[in-house]
Design a protein around this ligand. Structure first.
Ligand SMILES: Cc1cc2nc3c(=O)[nH]c(=O)nc-3n(C[C@H](O)[C@H](O)[C@H](O)COP(=O)(O)OP(=O)(O)OC[C@H]3O[C@@H](n4cnc5c(N)ncnc54)[C@H](O)[C@@H]3O)c2cc1C
Length: 466
């Protein structure tokens, strides 16, 4: 018997041509994730070249009721582009043109499939900077960054992806095109519609183009790793660094001791820059415009925080290579995955004042439940109130996963924290959305989904469930 997809195939081929539609073995060999571990279950993969093709595909799918799963760099950490069967993948990998870079207005107009790193490089070539930066920069795309409102390592200074988007073009579920390609910094004419789609994880519309805001390119970059003796000192160090560095602080990344020990020392993949017996390690980075003055300012600030006993030891990068080596420790997720045998990872936010107690109580609860088998590593964007947790508890069973996730998420409710600081909800966290959003918020989200995608064809099951 012919499936719905079989019946739509001729129409899709007419829109996309032979090279624009993958089926059969070409689909089976694809994966839904960056790890390559999750085989693509969809019936076909559409590879449109422009907005008109995206619109035509959605018109067809909307009429017939065929679900569409947007995929980009597939670096999602929440099964955001997982496929489950009778679905069409819509991949924007061929829509990868940088259309324009206006160095005077400091804006860039791009198609959604451009990799983040290419945007950063192009901005740099124009004497500018696109400040969103994260470990997956070489694989993730701007469309995926926008759809997830990605954060990353410079949020403390520049904000999340949302703050870098001036305008968007979005194809709605029924194939109509919303042209909201504003390029103005200020535009309060009515509702700011683009905000609806930023962070909506492909459930409200397909982002096809964007107008991005660029920043002046920094002329100096200072990086240090500091060893810190207590959590109280860590909080004070964050505040003091902000004061002493005159608005230049652009990253404040923390690793708990066990994380530093595993990645910097035990993995054998790095030369540990500091001894491994301190409770916390912080990567501090500034971006500035006057190399000589900034170097002096940074040096003085580091000396001051040592004098004030906010840091116990420190190493300042003297070259780009040394800077990259420090960051490589923080960004070495594969070392974690290997050593902990694919741990479960969590991306949470909570007020800094509650972090030490939260982590301590979680550690105790893990020991009580799983004894010595339990292992917890903590690191993250402390300056943004965002922690990443990597946890293994022995056997990876559905029961263990559910019990562990409860232990991690439940306390966040009382603390007004979030079960997703920056990775989104996807399939993985949808059952827990109510831990971070109240009934009124979820009801309005459902109303928006129903209004913009009445047949529920866009990324079904993600964020709100079915
Ligand atoms: C090593 C590593 C480090 C990471 N570090 C960070 C970090 O520091 N901060 C952070 O926030 N995230 C981080 N991530 C998560 C991930 O990189 C980001 O969420 C990224 O923004 C996803 O982009 P992508 O192109 O890979 O999108 P995908 O993973 O392909 O898709 C992500 C979601 O967006 C939807 N989508 C994709 N394209 C579109 C489109 N054009 N229109 C509508 N919906 C679309 C998909 O359906 C899915 O729901 C990291 C991931 C890895 C693997």
């Amino acid at each position: 018997m012919k499936t719905l997809f079989d019946r739509l195939q001729p129409g899709l081929l007419t829109i996309l041509g032979d090279s624009g539609l993958l089926t059969g073995a070409d689909v089976a060999q694809r994966s839904d994730s960056w790890t390559g571990r999750d085989p693509c279950q969809a019936l076909g993969v559409a590879l449109p070249r422009n907005t008109a093709e995206v619109a035509a595909i959605l018109r067809l799918c909307h009429r017939a009721g065929l679900p569409v799963v947007p995929q980009a760099g597939k670096t999602t950490l929440v099964q955001g582009c997982a496929t489950r069967g009778e679905e069409l993948v819509l991949s924007l990998e061929r829509m990868n043109a940088i259309e324009d870079c206006d160095a005077v207005a400091a804006t860039m107009t791009v198609q959604a499939g451009v990799p983040l790193q290419r945007i950063q490089e192009r901005a740099e070539a124009e004497g500018l900077m696109f400040p969103v930066d994260l470990g997956a920069r070489g694989s993730c795309t701007i469309g995926g960054n926008i759809a997830t409102n990605a954060g990353g390592i410079r949020v403390i200074r520049y904000g999340m992806t949302r703050q870098q988007v001036l305008g968007l073009e979005v194809v709605l579920a029924d194939g109509s095109v919303l042209d909201s390609m504003n390029a103005m910094l200020k535009n309060n004419a009515g509702y700011d519609l683009k905000q609806l789609f930023i962070g909506s994880e492909g459930t409200l519309g397909i982002v096809t183009r964007a107008c991005l805001r660029l920043q002046p390119r920094p002329l100096s970059e200072q990086t240090a790793m500091l060893a810190v003796g207590s959590f109280a000192a860590l909080g004070k160090l964050l505040r003091r660094a902000g004061e002493l560095l005159g608005g230049q602080l652009s990253a404040f990344e923390v690793m708990w001791q066990s994380h530093y020990q595993l990645v910097a020392v035990d993995s054998g993949r790095h030369a540990a820059p500091l001894p491994a017996h301190f409770p916390y390690y912080v990567l501090v980075e500034t971006l500035g415009s006057d190399p000589q003055r900034d170097t002096e300012l940074f040096q003085q600030a580091m000396e001051r925080v040592m004098e004030e006993s906010l840091a116990e030891d420190a190493v300042i990068a003297q070259s780009r290579a040394q800077r990259d080596a420090l960051w490589a420790i923080r960004e070495d997720i594969p070392a974690l995955m290997l050593a902990m045998n694919s741990p479960l990872s969590y991306d949470i936010s909570l007020p800094i004042g509650h972090m030490e107690r939260y982590v301590g109580e979680l550690e105790q609860a893990l020991r009580r439940t799983w004894g010595e088998q339990a292992r917890l590593l903590v690191f993250g964007h402390l300056g943004d109130g965002n922690l990443h947790l990597a946890i293994s508890v022995g056997e990876d069973t559905p029961e263990n996963r559910a019990a562990l996730t409860e232990l991690v998420y439940r306390p966040l409710q009382v603390l007004n924290g979030s079960i997703s600081a920056e990775h989104g909800i996807g399939l993985e966290k949808r059952a827990y959305l109510g831990y971070s959003r109240n009934a009124g918020e979820i009801a309005l989200m459902r109303l928006l989904k129903q209004t913009l995608d009445p047949k529920g064809i866009l990324n079904p099951g993600k964020v709100l469930g079915n």
